[in-house]
Design a binder for this molecule. Structure first.
Ligand SMILES: *[C@@H]1O[C@H](CO)[C@@H](O)[C@H](O)[C@H]1NC(C)=O
Ligand SMILES: *[C@@H]1O[C@H](CO)[C@@H](O)[C@H](O)[C@H]1NC(C)=O
Ligand SMILES: *[C@@H]1O[C@H](CO)[C@@H](O)[C@H](O)[C@H]1NC(C)=O
Ligand SMILES: *[C@@H]1O[C@H](CO)[C@@H](O)[C@H](O)[C@H]1NC(C)=O
Ligand SMILES: *[C@@H]1O[C@H](CO)[C@@H](O)[C@H](O)[C@H]1NC(C)=O
Length: 753
């Protein structure tokens, strides 16, 4: 008993089982008083909870965060999910040790290797091959870990005083139908961890007082209704990890007192509407890790006293709409890890007493607030997805606490992300601003082209601004993000940031496509005169901004159709959607990223490939081969980098989109990496690719430097040989002939004369 108690300390369920014995008489578990419509709690806005009897409301995330926020401690109360059996059978603090164990032995006869205390006998690991002969007034017989392989006829018939028998770990294979005959006072029978395959009907016939029957970890594959004949007082039945596939027609027909049934880890394939028909006393029903595929409408309708139901890890793909209708006392329901496709609108409508609902790993495509509203007493809800928490705003604790991008404490969970959001924001912002400044300062030959580039830089700059704000929000919420996560994602700021990022990417993509096409026409048809004029270019640029603006603003405009399009994650960028999103936003995001952007990407790659081939052909035709070689390599390099940066930026996005189309689950963490590292790559590299590394820009810069240097040199009147050589070297670059004949960067295509 002592070792048993020590072991118990390590298992909550076991403690509860033990206490249950002592509480059976004390607790009237059947009395499940419905106190409907109790409106003592003040009404709080969405996502807030009331501070006990105060009229103050706090954001949900303040609940159980380790800091007393209410002032009366109400926010730090009831922090663990102890719904279900733990509350049904009282707290674990009951006094379980009130059985005073006497040390004196009252038994005259027992094997030497056994330990006797009072009338209780323990023969644990004593190498016994059969049930030993002991004094007839033994009350407890523990034969754990022996080698008893069979129980023959009437083997306990002498021991009519026996109350408890422990026969675990004996590899019992055979139990005679008459083995337990005469045990009229037996209360507890442990047969777990044996090799029992079948139990004959009637084997428990005489056990009228039995309350506790444990048959865990046996290979029992069939049980019949008549097996339980005689178990009128049975309170607790556990058959965890057996091989049951079919349950008897009426499980509790012979066990009217059954309160707790644990059938975890069997192979049960289906339940019928009569399986639990006479189980009206049942308070706890565990059916996890089975293969239940379908649960018919009236399965649980007679379980009026059920307090906890666990159907997790089964194969249930559909639940009838009124399946939980009669479970008025249910406090805890676990449906996690089922391939459920759909939850009906009023699925949980009658679960007024429910305190804990586990829907982990379940997609809820039609999730809405009304689904969870009727469960007024719900304190714990477990979802697959952080986003779902916004649909159950009145529930005190909603899991998971954050999505993959953000951790419990921080908007950006990863330190690398946190640093790089600033680095990339800085590069993007200042690179683009610098180019805008430079372009305005240095007059280009082709002003319309320069304007296009400046506009492109403006669009790219917005991406930098977006990243700056994400970085700022990360700083603002550092260490306490979980408190504000939902509020942040629902906020106008988040939506505006999402809008900004979307505007930036779309305008940038459209502009790049336009510039590429322009260049393409100039290179492939160098002698045609289809170059757009100043006003035409301006019109196109304005159109591109309008289109970009419309693309970005549309989701903000019709909230009921798109939902919260931008606020799906902490970084407010609508990249990845799982199956559960509104059709509107899913389709829209798909259309933008796999439609518009993929098309643009393909156009760019195609154009550059054709241009490259065309230039190579032209180069081969010209005589001056050697001078062309270097330039050609440069051109190839540039093309490669332009296409490469496009690819880095967009291929991850396309891959994510295609994967999500084929229903592959993508961790949320990936989104943040793509949004912070890959998406801005283009914006950060565009100024370098389209301005800073162009020969035009380099030449202009050199020219400027020379002017400056020449001035300073003339001033100080110092002329060294080395500088004059350098001059000579550099000034050659200024000769008209040295300018690239095909100046791709600025669209100046000069036919080779
Ligand atoms: C709230 O309840 C506490 C006891 O739980 C009591 O001491 C306090 O006076 C109550 N406050 C109000 C405003 O009712
Ligand atoms: C039965 O138990 C009592 C003590 O409760 C003891 O005195 C008595 O000897 C026992 N009888 C037999 C037959 O062992
Ligand atoms: C159980 O389902 C069967 C059909 O499968 C139906 O005929 C019967 O009436 C149902 N029983 C109850 C109690 O609803
Ligand atoms: C629900 O069941 C799953 C798996 O059986 C388990 O991991 C989880 O803790 C259960 N949820 C609750 C709230 O007890
Ligand atoms: C909610 O649960 C508490 C116990 O946690 C219980 O006292 C109360 O009556 C329940 N309220 C309703 C409306 O069921």
């Amino acid at each position: 008993i002592v070792t048993f108690l020590i072991k118990c300390l390590f298992s909550r369920r076991l403690i509860a089982m033990f206490l249950l014995l002592h509480f059976i008489v004390l607790m009237d578990v059947k009395d499940c008083a419905l106190t409907e419509g109790s409106t003592i709690t003040p009404l709080c806005p969405k996502g807030y909870f009331p501070c006990g009897n105060l009229s103050q409301c706090l954001p949900r995330a303040f609940h159980c965060d380790g800091v007393e926020d209410c002032g009366n401690g109400a926010d730090e109360e009831n922090c663990g999910d102890t719904s279900g059996w733990a509350t049904i059978f009282g707290t674990v603090h009951g006094n379980a040790n009130n059985v005073a164990l006497t040390q004196e032995c009252f038994l005259d006869q027992y094997p030497q290797r056994c330990v006797c205390k009072g009338t209780e006998l323990e023969c644990v690991n004593a190498g016994l091959k059969s049930v030993p002969v002991v004094s007839s007034n033994v009350t407890l017989l523990s034969l754990k870990k022996n080698n008893i392989h069979s129980l023959s006829d009437k083997v306990f018939i002498k021991y009519t005083e026996l109350k408890k028998i422990f026969l675990q770990r004996n590899c019992i294979t055979y139990i005679s139908r008459k083995a337990f005959f005469g045990l009229h006072n037996l209360q507890i029978l442990y047969l777990n961890h044996n090799c029992i395959t079948t139990l004959r009907p009637g084997v428990f016939k005489d056990l009228h007082q039995l309350t506790w029957l444990i048959l865990d970890d046996n290979p029992i594959s069939r049980i019949s209704q008549r097996l339980f004949t005689g178990l009128n007082s049975l309170f607790f039945l556990s058959m965890v990890n057996n091989h049951l596939q079919v349950l008897p027609k009426q499980m509790c027909a012979q066990m009217p007192q059954l309160n707790w049934m644990d059938l975890e880890g069997n192979g049960i394939k289906f339940l019928t509407n009569s399986t639990f028909l006479s189980c009206s006393s049942l308070t706890v029903l565990f059916l996890p890790r089975n293969q239940i595929g379908f649960v018919p409408e009236k399965t649980f309708s007679s379980l009026k006293n059920l307090g906890e139901l666990d159907l997790s890890s089964n194969m249930i793909s559909e639940l009838p709409p009124h399946i939980f209708k009669d479970l008025k006392c249910l406090q805890k329901l676990n449906l996690s890890s089922n391939p459920l496709l759909y939850l009906h609108k009023s699925q949980f409508g009658s679960l007024k007493q429910l305190q804990s609902l586990d829907l982990e790993r379940i997609e809820i495509p039609n999730i809405n607030t009304r689904m969870f509203q009727p469960m007024k007493n719900l304190s714990y809800i477990y979802f697959k997805n952080f986003r779902y928490c916004s649909y159950a705003p009145h529930v005190r604790i909603c899991m998971p606490l954050t999505d993959g991008i953000s951790s419990f404490e921080d908007l950006l969970a990863n330190n690398i992300l946190r640093v790089f959001v600033w680095v990339i924001a800085f590069i993007t912002c200042f690179g683009n601003l610098f180019v805008i400044g430079m372009r305005s300062f240095i007059k280009a030959e082709n002003t319309t082209h320069a304007t296009s580039i400046k506009i492109l830089c403006c669009a790219d700059c917005l991406m930098g601004v977006y990243l700056f704000f994400i970085g700022l929000c990360d700083l603002k919420y550092r260490g306490q993000y979980q408190k504000y996560a939902l509020l942040w994602m629902e906020s106008l700021q988040c939506r505006l940031l999402g809008f900004l990022a979307m505007l930036s990417t779309e305008v940038s993509v459209l502009l790049l496509t336009y510039l590429t096409l322009e260049k393409f026409l100039a290179v492939v048809f160098p002698f045609s005169n289809i170059r757009p004029g100043k006003w035409q270019t301006l019109a196109v640029l304005i159109c591109i901004w309008i289109v970009g603006f419309l693309i970005a603003v549309t989701p903000l405009w019709k909230e009921d159709y798109f939902g919260n399009f931008y606020g799906k994650n902490g970084v407010c960028f609508p990249l990845y959607y799982d199956q559960t999103e509104d059709i509107g936003s899913k389709g829209y995001s798909l259309g933008i990223f796999l439609g518009v952007n993929l098309l643009a990407f393909l156009i760019i790659v195609f154009s550059y490939t054709v241009m490259f081939c065309s230039i190579q052909k032209t180069a081969l035709q010209t005589s001056d081969e050697r001078s062309h070689m270097g330039r050609e390599v440069a051109v190839a390099n540039r093309f490669f980098f332009i296409v490469f940066s496009e690819a880095i930026c967009w291929i991850p996005v396309f891959v994510i989109k295609i994967l999500s189309l084929s229903r592959v689950e993508i961790p949320d963490t990936i989104t943040s990496w793509v949004v912070i590292f890959f998406l801005p790559v283009n914006s950060a590299l565009n100024p370098i690719l389209y301005t800073l590394t162009t020969s035009f820009f380099k030449d202009k810069l050199k020219q400027l430097l020379h002017k400056h240097r020449r001035k300073s040199i003339f001033k100080t009147k110092k002329k060294s040989v080395s500088t004059s050589i350098m001059w000579a070297d550099d000034s050659s670059a200024l000769k008209p002939g040295a300018l690239s004949k095909i100046n791709l960067e600025d669209n100046i295509v000069k036919p080779i004369s």
